[in-house]
Design a protein around this ligand. Structure first.
Ligand code: CTP
Ligand code: CA
Length: 223
């Protein structure tokens, strides 16, 4: 095998990445979740590690292998993801890629909910989950560089900029996840990088390439 002589611009830096969906239980056999394969988040964690960073990846349930050279923590629920992220502080870099479920069932049933003979349907009462990116973006031990994603189906840039401000991020990686783009679950992505300096639209490229370019942008900030 070849010796890895690639430059390590992020040597000595600690990074936290979230990836995948979260699963919020309804009962022991059912859950609420977002669509997310974890492909983009895992690729970013791997690219940060290749750039020399010490990476903690907090992953929701995905069918991907743990990336090489990365400390991977597996979680199910948003609250568990938040706790694992806070445990990984302090860090220099946080990249929140996970498609966190915005709501959880207020009181999940400890027992399987059974269908009723009369066809009566259960009513789920939801409560909002912690916004992990917002917690990190406003934390007393905030990482020097905080990156969020914004998966949108419309007004991608406007919504992305609002998220940058509201969540205290340095960059928002905005992408259009309308079904016709094929981005959800696919290998390609088309993103726009939103910062306080403006917006940089990247062409359609592979998710691995997006990861490489994003890590190069992050490394630039630490020069
Ligand atoms: N995020 C998070 N915790 C949440 C919700 C979102 O950390 N509970 C992060 C995501 O990982 C992503 C960013 O916030 O980096 C934007 O997520 P998104 O779902 O697009 O934004 P929301 O604020 O949840 O707004 P909405 O879903 O209403 O568009
Ligand atoms: Ca959301």
């Amino acid at each position: 095998t070849l010796l890895d002589t690639a430059p390590k611009p992020l040597a000595g830096k600690r990074a936290i990445v979230t990836s995948g969906p979260t699963h919020e239980p309804i009962d022991p056999v059912r859950y609420i979740a977002n669509r997310s394969s974890g492909t983009q988040g895992h690729a970013i964690a791997a690219a940060l590690a290749r750039a020399g960073a010490d990476v903690t990846l907090v992953s929701g349930p995905v069918s991907l292998d743990d990336p090489r050279g990365v400390r991977t923590v597996h979680v199910e629920r948003a609250e568990e993801m938040r706790d694992a992220v806070l445990l990984a502080l302090p860090a220099d870099i946080a990249v929140m890629v996970a498609a966190v479920a915005d709501w959880r069932v207020a009181s999940a049933s400890g027992e399987k909910i059974k269908k009723q003979a009369d066809g009566a349907t259960p009513v789920l009462s939801l409560t909002e989950n912690p916004d992990i990116l917002k917690v990190i973006g406003h934390h007393a031990r905030r990482p020097a560089l905080v990156v969020g994603f914004a998966a949108e189906t419309n007004n991608v840039e406007q919504n992305g900029r609002a998220k940058l401000e509201r969540k205290g991020a340095d960059f928002i990686v905005a992408n259009d996840v309308s079904p016709e783009t094929g981005i959800m679950g696919g290998a390609r992505n088309r993103v726009a990088i939103i910062s306080r300096d403006g917006i940089d639209r990247w062409p359609d490229m592979g998710k691995d390439e997006v990861a490489e370019k994003l890590v190069a942008l992050i490394a630039e900030r630490f020069k």
